[in-house]
Design a protein around this ligand. Structure first.
Ligand code: SAM
Length: 325
């Protein structure tokens, strides 16, 4: 297929995708068709058993997924659909707010398909949007660059960086309108979203929109199938607001204490990750790998007064709990 024809086709697929109903078969069908094309060009399917495609990379703070896993993210259908929809809406909102400006996007962690360039750029002109891409995985960045070239989208690219977003110093940080970084997993486990925001947000203008806008881990008590919200264990936006230029990344964040003295009537504790993609657009529970819940049984009789949850960043980024006697 000619490059121009491919691009028109991709643009149409993108438009059809965002106009589809989230629960319709067309979301899966369209993304599968896009994946087939990306797979052909990059020779990365996400399922190749070659060891070099399965290696995770340590960042200064957190871990980066293997190129296989990064490619597979495209096929997390509702995630891709909602991020695409939210991201396009964010660009359109910025265009309304800054009508005479080129909207500058910093994309931290593009993976081998850079879907939030390759599916988004064709909907705009290079005068309307410019992307700066950053990726820690050399192989991923090279594949993304090859795909962008194949799709004739290079006019939309301001810069490409092979670097760790948890320590990277932005060039002209105040020029950006949007920071996009889907570098997270359920319960904020291992990946770098928190540390990337901790590093980049203080460098950027306070007007910048971050996509996803926020991620929270909430705790519910469950009695049979009825859930009662108890508290938020970790709120990324709230924590990142404490970050300042040159302030090092904390080894752990402040613990949240959950009282258990009145918890007898409940059977389970549920930890749920809420991903606010953009404004009212949320990734609902269990509709993506990012929002899988964790349930823990409450053992009776309850002998502990409370449970303390702490988000640790060393040696790994993960939520841990301890019981209080
Ligand atoms: C979950 S994948 C998402 C890929 C693609 N953006 C998408 O949404 O389909 C996250 C990507 O971010 C990259 N990444 C993770 N941590 C990073 C870091 N600290 N600096 C730069 N890139 C990072 C990974 O290598 C991976 O390619």
């Amino acid at each position: 297929m000619e490059a121009r024809e491919t691009l028109i086709n991709l643009k149409n697929l993108s438009i059809d995708l965002i106009n589809s109903d989230v629960d319709s078969d067309s979301v899966k069908n369209i993304i599968d068709e896009i994946h087939n094309y990306f797979r052909e060009v990059t020779e990365i399917s996400g399922y190749c058993s070659d060891v070099k495609n399965m290696v995770t990379l340590p960042a200064t703070n957190g871990m980066a997924l293997s190129i296989n896993h990064a490619a597979q993210c495209l096929l997390d259908y509702k995630r891709t659909y909602k991020f695409l929809k939210g991201f396009i809406k964010a660009i359109e909102d910025k265009q309304k707010k800054y009508p005479n400006e080129t909207i500058q996007i910093f994309y931290a962690g593009c993976g081998p398909y850079a879907p939030f360039v390759t599916l988004v750029a064709p909907l705009f002109t290079p005068q309307e949007v410019q992307f700066s891409l950053l990726e820690i995985n050399k192989n991923s960045l090279e594949k993304a660059e090859a795909l962008i070239e194949n799709l004739k989208l290079t006019d939309y690219i301001r810069a490409c960086y092979l670097a760790d977003a948890t320590t990277f110093h932005l060039d002209q940080p105040k020029s950006y309108h949007i920071l996009f970084s889907e570098t997270l997993d359920a319960l904020l486990y291992r990946e770098c979203y928190v540390s990337i925001l901790w590093n980049l947000v203080p460098q950027l203008s306070p007007e910048v929109t971050v996509i996803p806008e926020n991620v929270k881990v909430d705790l519910f008590f469950k009695e049979k199938s009825k859930e009662t919200f108890k508290t938020t264990i970790f709120d990324v936006k709230k924590e990142v607001a404490f970050s300042e230029l040159h302030l090092s990344f904390p080894e752990q964040f402040e613990s949240v204490r959950v009282d258990l003295t009145q918890a007898d009537k409940y059977d389970r504790i549920v930890l749920a990750t809420e991903v606010q993609v953009y404004k009212e657009l949320l990734l609902e529970r269990n509709e993506s790998s990012l929002t899988l819940t964790l349930e823990m049984e409450i053992e009776k009789p309850i002998v502990n007064k409370a449970v303390l949850f702490t988000y640790h960043t060393k040696p790994n980024m993960e939520l841990k709990f301890t019981l209080e006697k």
